[in-house]
Design a protein around this ligand. Structure first.
Ligand code: NAD
Length: 494
C-alpha cells in the first residue's frame, strides 16, 4: 500500500500558494488571503489569494491580449500538440494530482485515481478535435457566381466558474475544448477547493502553455465569481454549480448579452422495474448516490422501486450502505469520505431530521458519523429512507449528500409522470431486463442523460448536460466545441 500520508506532507505544508495571471504567479492585489483546509480533519493545507474584481480584470485583460496576440497564431495542429503534451504531463504527475484533490476536497483516493482518469481522455479527445473544426461551402439562391461559405471562429475570452466537488474533471472539461477551439480562459475555482486547479495551471505552464491562455483567479463567488460573470470583455461564461448561482450568473451576463452555458443541480430518478436484475442493480443504484459522499450533481437520489420488489430491494440497498467504510479520503479502504464543509454538513443533517419528521422511515444511517479517526472533519452516514412520498422535502430538494429516498411505484406510466415531476432534468437511471421497457422509459424521461442497467458513465466523447432547471448547453463530445465557437458566413461575388 502506498504511503499517501508521506506524499501529502510533501505536497502541502501550510504555505501560501499564489494564483496564476498572464503566466505569473501572484497574490491578490488587495493582499487578502483565504485558508485551504483539508475537509477530512480540518488541517491547514495552504493559504491562497482571495482575488476580487481587480484581479479578475487583470486576468481578463491577459486572456484578451493572448487571444488577439500569440495564441491566435497557433495553428490547430500546434494547439493539438500542446493538449497532448498537457495530457502526458498530467499522466506523469497523476498520483500527485489525485492526492491534491483528495486532500483539498475529500474524495477517497481510490475514486480519484480511477474516476478522474477520464480527464486524460478529455485532453486527448479534444486534441483530436482541434484539427477537425471547419466550415462549409453552401449552395445558395443567388444567380451567378456568388459563393457562400462559413468559417468557425473561437468566441474569444471564456470565463469558467466551477464548484468544489470534482476540481480535476470540472476544470479540465472546460479548459480542454476551449483550448482546442482557440479560446482563452479565466477560471475561477470554488473557494472550497482551489489547490488542485492551481496545480493544473502549473502543469499546463510546464507543458508549454503560452502566457495568458489560461488564468486562474482564486476567490469568493460573490466577489471574484460575480465580477467574472458581469465583466464586459468576457465573451462566454461556462458555469457548473447550483441552480441558484446559475440564475444569478445568467442575470449578470445579460448586461453584455454574453453567451452562457450552465451545468446545474439535480434530483435524479433511478427506476428499478420488477424485472430488474436485482444483484446487479443494488450496488449501482446505491453508488449512484453514495459515490463522493453524495456530493455529485447526478446523484440518483429518488429511488423508484416497483412495489413487488420494493421491500427486498430497499433492504438490500440499506445493507450495502451499512457496509460502506466511512473514513478520511487518504485511507485506501475508504468508501465514504468527508463532506466539504461544516455548512454543507449542517445542511445535509437538516434533511436527516426532516425525513423522519415528515413520516419517512430510516432503513440505515440517518446521523452524522463520528469517531477518533474522523475528528476535525464532517462526516455523514450513508442513509436510506423508505416510506417516502413525492411531496416530502427529501424527495424534492437536492441534498448533495449520501441520502437515498426510496419510493414504491405500481406501473410505468405512473412512474414516468412522478419521475418527471421535478424542476430538474439532469440525469436518470433505469434498471430492467426488458429491452422494450428500457427503451420506453429512456425516451420518456426528461433528462440530459439516461443510463440503463448502469449509472455514472461520463465520457469525453459523449455530450453531458441538463434540461429544465438543470441548465443548458452541453459538455463533452463535439457539442461542447459548439459552446466555444461562432459561425461566420463569408459571401464572395466572383
Ligand atoms: P455554488 O453554486 O455554490 O458555487 C459554484 C461556483 O460558483 C463556485 O466557484 C462559487 O464561488 C461560484 N459563485 C457563487 N456565487 C456566485 C455568483 N454570485 N456569481 C458568480 N459565481 C458565483 O455550487 P457548489 O456548492 O460549489 O456546488 C454544488 C452544486 O453544483 C450542486 O447544486 C450541484 O448539483 C452542482 N453541480 C452540477 C454539476 C453538473 O454538471 N450539472 C456538476 C457538479 C456540481
Amino acid at each position: 500500500m502506498k504511503d499517501w500520508n508521506a506524499l501529502a506532507s510533501d505536497l502541502y505544508d501550510g504555505s501560501f500558494r499564489p494564483m496564476f495571471i498572464n503566466g505569473k504567479w501572484c497574490p491578490a492585489q488587495s493582499g487578502a488571503e483565504m485558508d485551504a483546509r483539508n475537509p477530512a480533519n480540518g488541517s491547514l493545507l495552504a493559504t491562497v489569494p482571495q482575488g476580487g474584481e481587480a484581479d479578475i480584470d487583470a486576468a481578463v485583460k491577459a486572456a484578451r491580449a493572448a487571444f488577439e496576440g500569440p495564441w491566435a497564431k497557433f495553428t490547430p495542429f500546434e494547439r493539438q500538440a500542446l493538449l497532448l503534451r498537457i495530457a502526458d504531463k498530467f499522466e506523469a504527475e497523476w498520483e500527485r494530482l489525485c492526492l491534491s484533490d483528495t486532500l483539498d476536497m475529500g474524495m477517497p483516493i481510490q475514486r480519484t485515481l480511477a474516476n478522474s482518469r477520464r480527464v486524460l481522455g478529455m485532453l486527448r479527445f479534444y486534441a483530436g478535435q482541434a484539427v477537425m473544426i471547419h466550415g462549409q461551402t453552401i449552395p445558395n439562391s443567388f444567380p451567378g457566381e456568388i459563393y457562400a461559405s462559413t468559417v468557425r471562429e473561437p468566441v474569444g475570452v471564456v470565463g469558467a466558474i466551477i464548484p468544489w466537488n470534482a476540481p480535476i474533471a470540472g476544470s479540465v472539461w472546460k479548459i480542454a475544448p476551449a483550448l482546442a477551439t482557440g479560446c482563452t480562459v479565466v477560471l475561477k475555482p470554488s473557494e472550497e477547493a482551489s489547490l488542485t486547479v492551481l496545480m493544473i495551471a502549473r502543469l499546463m505552464q510546464e507543458a508549454g502553455l503560452p502566457d495568458g491562455v489560461l488564468n486562474v483567479v482564486t476567490g469568493l463567488g460573490a466577489d471574484a465569481g460575480a465580477a467574472l460573470a458581469a465583466h464586459a470583455d468576457v465573451d462566454k461564461i461556462v458555469f457548473t454549480g447550483s441552480t441558484a448561482t446559475g440564475q444569478a450568473i445568467a442575470r449578470a451576463a445579460t448586461g453584455t448579452l454574453k453567451r452562457v452555458s450552465l451545468e446545474l443541480g439535480g434530483k435524479s430518478p433511478v427506476i428499478v422495474c420488477k424485472d430488474a436484475d436485482i444483484d446487479k442493480a443494488v450496488p449501482v443504484a446505491a453508488m449512484s448516490v453514495f459515490a463522493n459522499s453524495g456530493q455529485i450533481c447526478i446523484a440518483g437520489s429518488r429511488l423508484f422501486v416497483a412495489r413487488e420488489i420494493h421491500d427486498e430491494f430497499t433492504r438490500r440497498v440499506a445493507e450495502f450502505a451499512a457496509g460502506l467504510k466511512i473514513g478520511q479520503g487518504i485511507d485506501e479502504g475508504t468508501d465514504i469520505g468527508p463532506i466539504i464543509s461544516a455548512r454543507q454538513a449542517d445542511r445535509i443533517a437538516g434533511f436527516l431530521s426532516d425525513g423522519p419528521a415528515e413520516g419517512a422511515s430510516v432503513l440505515t444511517g440517518g446521523h452524522r458519523a463520528e469517531g477518533a479517526a474522523l475528528k476535525g472533519g464532517h462526516y455523514i452516514q450513508p442513509t436510506v429512507f423508505s416510506g417516502v412520498t413525492d411531496d416530502m422535502r427529501i424527495a424534492r430538494e437536492e441534498i448533495f449528500g449520501p441520502v437515498i429516498s426510496a419510493l414504491p411505484f405500481d406501473d410505468l406510466d405512473e412512474v414516468v409522470t412522478r419521475a418527471n415531476d421535478t424542476p430538474y432534468g439532469l440525469a436518470a437511471g433505469v434498471f430492467s431486463t426488458n429491452l422494450g421497457t428500457a427503451h420506453k422509459l429512456a425516451h420518456r424521461l426528461k433528462a440530459g442523460s439516461v443510463w440503463v442497467n448502469m449509472y455514472h458513465a461520463i465520457d469525453p466523447a459523449v455530450p453531458f448536460g441538463g434540461v429544465k432547471m438543470s441548465g443548458y448547453g452541453r459538455e463533452g463530445g463535439t457539442e461542447h466545441l459548439e459552446e466555444y465557437l461562432d459561425t461566420k458566413a463569408i459571401w464572395i461575388n466572383a
